[in-house]
Design a protein around this ligand. Structure first.
Ligand code: UD1
Ligand code: CA
Length: 471
């Protein structure tokens, strides 16, 4: 953390090349909007109150993503280029002094250590500014680092303005700078509109400083992925892949087994405990936490959910915003959602859906059931085909099921309803009234056997007549 540094993140552009109605910086890589990557990294480098985001195109949407983080907002009313974007924040930034780091909202892979090294180099080299660069095989679309005969940086030239020789240069500008703030503001007004585009380029600061007898020093990074700028969805997909590969690599090193890792998707902020085994095509996203010794079956999706130790999720299950305590089982083909909670050792089997439902310790619903807005005690057994009718067409109603209740197969539990502990529901019942503790409820017509019954034979006319359906 550098207490004298401020970070300004440029994020006002539309991102035309994304071909999207959404601002570029709100597209997601590794499960997070691009802008959040930049903000999170900035917070590792400078104090929160010295981090700012420049917004412009669909400003409300980008602000809504930025504000909860605590970063400040700078408004750029017209998108007149990266230099203009920084100048839009003059009132908020100039008095901060110290070092001014200019970062961009479309470069999610840059590492904190690299930003710190950039700021460090600005001090140690006594250069007025430092800039992150890298060497790439295909520099298309990037500004080129043009060096003089002595090998030091002379200017940055945008691709559109390059001569053929300049275009062949493979060292490119990341768009990320660290300036001596005082000298930056002294000279920033010297940026002129680009002849071709009419935009004010931040990159022009290099030539401006050189003219003033000041030097700009590049910090060249070896891993060019770090400075991958996202301008289109091909680059977005590439960044997403890299972030996910980094995450999976780290999890493997931390003792998580991941089968066919190239098929598995795990968001950056997910936590997974040791000796957990993750099957092919699983997705674990958002703020999910998975304990130790769990098994996440193939093709299961776990989003924003908490799983304790030794939880087993069998293949093809979907678990969202829910909690599964230690030794709980779910699936295959289970759907658990909206704050559902399986307590220790609770089991949910195939084709069972749980919504806003708590299942007590050791309770089971193994086949084909819907349990919504329900609270189940411990050791409850829910038979196959049981449905809680929680919706009357207007409102949702609650179902309470006490400890040790046995609900027979194909029961229809009409909420609001209470079934007290150790009660027994006969299979096929429709239950509409409270069932007292220890009693059995039968809510269906009794079976009638008609002994010696024979089907009446059809007449010839009946047997040969065609059935005509009248409208
Ligand atoms: C920019 C650099 C280029 C560098 C590349 C790295 C300039 C002139 N060019 O080009 O040298 O190689 O980044 O990825 O700086 N923005 C604003 N307001 C504006 C214009 C842009 O806030 O008026 C923001 C964008 O939202 C984006 C960032 O600045 O986050 C960069 O803009 P972009 O249009 O992507 O610049 P590039 O053409 O990629
Ligand atoms: Ca860019």
């Amino acid at each position: 953390m550098l207490t004298d540094a401020a970070v300004v993140i440029l994020a006002a552009g539309q991102g035309t090349r994304m071909k999207s109605r959404l601002p570029k910086v709100l597209h997601r890589a590794g499960g997070k909007p691009l802008i959040r990557h930049s903000i999170d990294t900035a917070f590792q480098v400078a104090p929160v109150e010295r981090v700012f985001v420049v917004v412009g195109y669909q400003a409300e949407k980008v602000e809504a993503e930025t504000e909860p983080t605590g970063a400040g907002i700078i408004r750029q009313t017209v998108q007149a280029g990266t230099g203009h974007a920084v100048l839009s924040g003059r009132d908020q930034l100039e008095h901060l002094g110290g070092r001014l780091i200019v970062s961009v909202g479309d470069c999610p892979l840059i590492r904190t250590e690299t930003l710190l090294a950039l700021a460090e180099l600005q001090l140690s080299s006594a250069a007025v500014a430092t800039v992150i660069t890298t060497e790439v095989a295909n520099p298309t679309g990037y500004g080129r680092m043009i060096r003089n005969a002595a090998g030091s940086l002379a200017e940055i030239v945008e691709e559109k303005d390059c001569t053929p020789e300049q275009r062949a240069v493979r060292e490119i500008n990341s768009g990320i700078f660290c300036f001596n703030a005082e000298l930056f503001w002294k000279h920033a007004g010297e940026i002129r509109a680009n002849e071709k585009s009419g935009e004010y380029y931040l990159t022009d600061m290099v030539a401006i400083f050189i003219r003033a007898g000041l030097s700009v020093v590049p910090l060249k990074v070896a891993d060019s992925n770090e400075v991958l700028g996202i301008n289109n969805r091909v680059e977005l997909a590439a960044a997403d892949r890299i972030i996910r590969d980094r995450k999976i690599h780290q999890l493997l090193l931390d003792g998580v087994t991941i089968e066919k890792p190239e098929t598995v998707t795990i968001d950056a902020q997910v936590q997974i405990g040791m000796d957990t085994i993750i099957g092919p095509f699983a997705q674990i996203t958002g703020h999910s936490v998975v304990g130790e010794n769990c098994r996440i079956g193939a093709c299961s999706i776990i989003a924003d959910s908490q799983l304790g130790d030794e939880v087993e999720v069998f293949p093809f299950s979907l678990i969202t915003a829910s909690q599964l305590d230690a030794k709980a089982h779910a699936g295959p083909f289970a759907r658990i959602r909206m704050g559902a909670h399986l307590l220790e050792g609770a089991h949910v089997g195939n084709f069972v859906e749980l919504k806003k439902t708590r299942m007590g310790k050791g309770s089971k619903s193994m086949h084909l059931a819907y349990l919504g807005d329900s609270t189940l005690g411990d050791k409850v057994n829910i038979g196959a085909g049981t449905i809680t009718c929680n919706y009357d067409g207007h409102r949702k109603h609650q179902t309470f099921i006490g400890d040790g209740v046995f609900v027979g197969s194909n029961s229809t539990l009409v909420a609001p309803l209470e079934i007290e502990s150790t009660a027994y529901i006969a299979a096929g019942s429709t239950v509409t009234h409270k069932v007292p503790a220890g009693s059995m409820a039968v809510g269906r017509s009794r079976q009638v056997n008609k002994e010696g019954w024979k089907r009446k034979p059809l007449t010839t006319a009946e047997a040969t007549a065609e059935t005509v359906l009248k409208p």
